[in-house]
Design a protein around this ligand. Structure first.
Ligand SMILES: Nc1ncnc2c1ncn2[C@@H]1O[C@H](COP(=O)(O)OP(=O)(O)OP(=O)(O)O)[C@@H](O)[C@H]1O
Length: 692
C-alpha cells in the first residue's frame, strides 16, 4: 500500500468533513471510539463523509464484517456500499474489493432487524421460518380480527382497518401509550380506546399463532430482545462500528435500539439534518437528533457540515430563505461558493394541463442545450399529481421513470405470486393462504376459510392440504395447487427456479383473473430476474417486502437501461438524490402544504421542510410551478372540482426577491389546429330538410 495513496481521499475533504471522518481515530485507532453526531446540511457531502469514514477504518485495518451500516432505504445501502468501495479503492488500490466484500451488515433498520431476529430466532422463541407482512397484509389481518371480535357490526362506525393499523403502528413506533396516541393524532377514535386495545391484543395473538411479523414487529422484537442484557451484550459485541445515515428520520424505537446496542455510544456515529426531517407521519422524531449528544457521558461529539457542494448560490439562498421562516430554529447556516446569476424560477401557468406542457417543453429545451434527460427531474408532493405530466411526456415521446407511485409489489399479480411463495415458506401465514386459495376458480372467502381452518391444527399444514376436502368447484386447479405448494415447501427445485415454478403455476390464473395479461407477465419475468439476485427464498421475500423496487412496467413505462430518461418522483422518494435541473409541481396551497397537512402546526412545519428538501435537490436550475387552477379529486364534501390556487404560503411576498417570476402563456390551442377554409355549411338545416 503506497503511503501517498493511503491518504489521498482525505485530501479532498473540507475541515469539518475531515473531523467527522477521523473522529476518535487518533486516540483509539480502529477500536470503537467515543460517539459522534454529524449534523449535515443538504448537499454537504454527508454520504461521501460517511463512506470515507468507513473506507478509512477499513484501510486502517478495521474488519468490515464487524461494521453495521444503517440507511433509510435499500437503495441508499447499495449506494453507500458502492461509494465505500470506490473510496476504499483510492485508499488501498487494486485490492479494494477484497477489503469491502465483508460489508454485508449494510441495510435498513427493518432489514437488519429481520436478519438478526432470524439469526437468533431460537434464543428468542421465534419460529426461524417466520414470514413478514407488508402493510396491506397487516391491514387484512387486522380486519380479520376486527370481524372476529364483532367490531365491524357496531352500530356506530368503528375505525377502518387502515386507521386501526395506523394507530397501532404509531403507538409502537413512538413508544407511546394508546390513550396518548389517540388524543394527539386520532382524536375522533378516542371513544374506541377499550375496543382498540382488545383488537390490538387479538392482532398480536393472531400474528404469533401464524408465525408472522409485521414491519413494526421487526423493530419492536429487536428492541425487546435487546432489553435482555445478555442478548444486548451479545448483539452489541458483533459490531465494532455502528454508523447511521438519515438519523433525523428515525423514530423513538430506532433510537432505543441503538442505545441498547451501544449503551456507552462507543463506535456509534449518526448523521442527519434536522431541517430535512420529513417522516413524522411515520412517528419519526426530530428530537432523536437534537437529544443524541446528551444521552452519553461525556456527551457525544458534534460536527456540523455547513458547506453545500450541490447547488448554486441563488438556489441555496432561496432554499435557506424558505427554511428560515420555520418555527423551530435550525442548527446551521448553509453556504456555497458555486456562483451563478440565475435565480430559481417561479413559473405561473393557467392550469395543470399547461403546467405539463410547459415542463415538457422546457425539458426538451434543456436537452437541446446539452443537459441529458437523466440530469432532469420533476418532483411532486403526491404521486397522483403527475398524471397529466405523464400523459404529456408519453405524447412527446420523452422517456421517464417514476418513483414513489404504485409500487411493484402492490400490483395484484406480483402479490399473487409472492403470496404463493410465502404460503409455501410459512403454511401458517393465513393472509398469504387466504389470498392464494381465492385465486382458484369458484373459491371465495368462505371456502378459503374452511380450507385454512381444516389444515391449521395439523403439525404440517401443507401435508394436511392433500387430505383436506377440496373446495367443491375448484376442479383440477385444486390438485395443481397442492402439488405446487408441496414441491415449493420441500424446496424440490432450489432457488431461484422455485420462482419459475410459481410463475408456471400462476399462468392460467393470470389469464383468467386479469386484463392485459401480457404486461403483467412482463412484470413476473422481471420478478424472476430480481429473484436471481438473492441467495435464498427467505432473503428474497424479506428484502422485497421491506423495500420494494420502484414501479410496475405498465405504470412507469420503464425505459431500457441504456436509454436517456428523466425522473418523476415524489419528494419523499427523492430524498438523498440530486439533479442538475429540478421542476417542482403544484407549488400552491392545498398541495404544498397538502390538504392533509394543514391541520396542526407541526404538520405544517413538516410540509415546509418537504419544500426545502425538494428545492435542495437542484444543482443548477430550479423551477417552481404555480398553476392558477388545479383539480381536486374526491373531496369528501364537494366531490371532484377545480379550485383557484394561491402560491404556497411558504413563499410569502417577502421571499419573492429570491425568485424570478415568469408567466408561461403556452400556445394558443387554435394555433395548433390545422388551417380551416372559409366555407360554412349549415348542417342543422340540412338535417331538418331530410324530413321535410
Ligand atoms: N469535499 C468535497 N469537495 C467537492 N465536492 C464534494 C465534497 N463533498 C461532497 N461533495 C459533492 O457534493 C454533492 C453532495 O454530496 P452528498 O450527495 O454526499 O450530499 P448529502 O449531504 O448526502 O446531501 P442531502 O442530505 O441533501 O441528500 C455530491 O455531488 C458530492 O460529490
Amino acid at each position: 500500500m503506497a503511503e501517498s495513496g493511503t491518504r489521498a481521499p482525505l485530501a479532498r475533504l473540507n475541515d469539518a468533513q475531515r473531523l467527522a471522518v477521523e473522529h476518535g481515530i487518533a486516540t483509539h485507532g480502529v477500536r470503537p471510539g467515543p460517539p459522534l453526531l454529524v449534523i449535515a446540511g443538504a448537499g454537504s457531502g454527508k454520504t461521501d463523509t460517511l463512506a470515507t469514514r468507513v473506507a478509512h477504518l477499513i484501510a486502517l485495518g478495521a474488519d468490515p464484517r464487524r461494521m453495521l451500516l444503517l440507511t433509510f432505504s435499500r437503495r441508499a445501502a447499495v449506494e453507500m456500499t458502492r461509494r465505500v468501495e470506490r473510496v476504499a479503492g483510492q485508499f488501498a488500490g487494486r485490492d479494494a474489493r477484497l477489503t469491502t466484500d465483508g460489508l454485508h451488515w449494510a441495510g435498513t433498520f427493518h432489514g437488519i432487524g429481520a436478519r438478526l431476529l432470524r439469526d437468533c430466532a431460537e434464543q428468542l422463541g421465534l419460529d426461524p421460518a417466520f414470514t413478514i407482512h407488508d402493510r396491506e397484509d397487516s391491514a387484512d389481518l387486522m380486519n380479520l380480527v376486527r370481524h372476529q371480535l364483532g367490531f365491524s357490526k357496531t352500530t356506530e362506525r368503528f375505525p377502518t382497518k387502515g386507521t386501526c393499523l395506523a394507530i397501532y403502528s404509531h403507538a409502537v413506533n413512538a413508544e407511546m401509550p394508546l390513550g396518548d396516541v389517540l388524543a394527539a393524532h386520532f382524536p375522533w377514535c378516542g371513544v374506541w380506546e377499550e375496543e382498540l386495545r382488545k383488537l390490538f391484543a387479538g392482532y398480536v395473538e393472531a400474528k404469533q399463532a401464524q408465525g408472522v411479523l409485521d414491519y413494526d414487529d421487526l423493530l419492536l422484537y429487536w428492541c425487546h430482545a435487546l432489553a435482555e442484557p445478555a442478548i444486548a451484550a451479545e448483539m452489541g459485541a458483533r459490531f465494532d462500528h455502528v454508523l447511521v445515515d438519515e438519523y433525523q428520520d428515525t423514530n423513538r424505537l430506532q433510537a432505543s435500539i441503538l442505545l441498547r446496542l451501544k449503551p456507552d455510544g462507543r463506535g456509534l456515529v449518526v448523521v442527519g439534518d434536522d431541517a430535512q426531517s420529513i417522516y413524522a407521519f411515520r412517528a419519526a422524531t426530530v428530537r432523536n437528533i437534537l437529544d443524541f449528544p446528551q444521552q452519553f457521558s461525556p456527551p457525544a461529539g458534534v460536527v456540523t457540515l455547513e458547506r453545500n457542494y450541490r447547488s448554486t448560490r441563488p438556489i441555496l439562498a432561496a432554499a435557506n430563505a424558505v427554511i428560515s421562516l420555520a418555527h423551530e430554529r435550525f442548527t446551521k447556516n448553509l453556504w456555497t461558493d458555486r456562483e451563478a446569476t440565475q435565480r430559481p424560477l417561479l413559473t405561473i401557468v393557467r392550469d395543470e394541463a399547461d403546467q405539463a406542457r410547459c415542463i415538457a417543453e422546457r425539458i426538451l429545451r434543456h436537452r437541446e442545450e446539452g443537459m441529458t434527460l437523466k440530469d432532469q427531474a420533476v418532483l411532486f408532493r403526491t404521486s397522483s399529481h403527475s398524471a397529466a405530466l405523464e400523459v404529456e411526456l408519453r405524447l412527446r415521446n420523452i422517456p421517464f421513470v417514476k418513483f414513489g407511485g404504485l409500487k411493484f409489489l402492490d400490483a395484484a399479480h406480483v402479490k399473487d405470486v409472492l403470496a404463493l411463495l410465502r404460503f409455501a415458506e410459512n403454511p401458517r401465514d393465513r393472509v398469504a393462504g387466504f389470498r392464494v386459495l381465492q385465486l382458484l376458480p369458484h373459491v371465495g372467502p368462505a371456502a378459503a376459510q374452511r380450507v385454512l381452518d381444516a389444515i391449521a391444527p395439523a403439525p404440517s399444514p401443507l401435508l394436511a392440504l392433500a387430505d383436506a376436502p377440496p373446495p367443491p368447484k375448484a376442479g383440477t386447479a385444486w390438485p395443481a395447487l397442492v402439488t405446487a405448494l408441496r414441491s415449493l415447501h420441500e424446496r424440490a427445485h432450489g432457488w431461484p427456479s422455485e420462482l419459475a415454478l410459481a410463475r408456471r403455476w400462476y399462468e392460467p390464473h393470470l389469464e383468467r383473473l386479469h386484463e392485459n395479461a401480457e404486461t403483467r407477465r412482463a412484470d413476473l419475468v422481471q420478478l424472476e430476474q430480481i429473484a436471481g439476485g438473492y441467495p435464498s427464498r427467505d432473503r428474497f421475500l424479506m428484502e422485497l417486502t421491506l423495500d420494494p423496487p420502484g414501479a410496475t412496467s405498465d405504470e412507469a413505462g420503464a425505459p431500457s437501461r441504456d436509454e436517456d430518461y428523466c425522473t418523476l418522483s415524489t419528494i419523499h422518494s427523492a430524498k438523498g438524490q440530486e439533479w442538475k435541473s429540478v421542476f417542482l409541481l403544484n407549488v400552491v396551497d392545498g398541495c404544498m402544504p397538502s390538504d392533509i397537512g394543514t391541520g396542526q402546526q407541526h404538520d405544517i412545519e413538516e410540509e415546509r421542510r418537504l419544500l426545502y428538501v425538494a428545492m435542495t435537490r437542484a444543482k443548477e436550475a430550479l423551477t417552481l410551478m404555480v398553476p392558477q387552477r388545479f383539480f381536486v379529486h374526491r373531496q369528501a364534501q364537494y366531490g371532484d372540482r377545480h379550485v383557484y390556487a394561491a402560491r404556497t404560503r411558504f413563499i410569502p411576498d417577502a421571499l419573492l426577491e429570491h425568485f424570478e417570476q415568469d408567466h408561461w402563456a403556452g400556445q394558443d390551442p387554435e394555433a395548433l389546429s390545422p388551417a380551416k377554409s372559409k366555407v360554412r355549411v349549415d348542417l342543422s338545416s340540412r338535417m331538418k330538410a331530410m324530413w321535410d
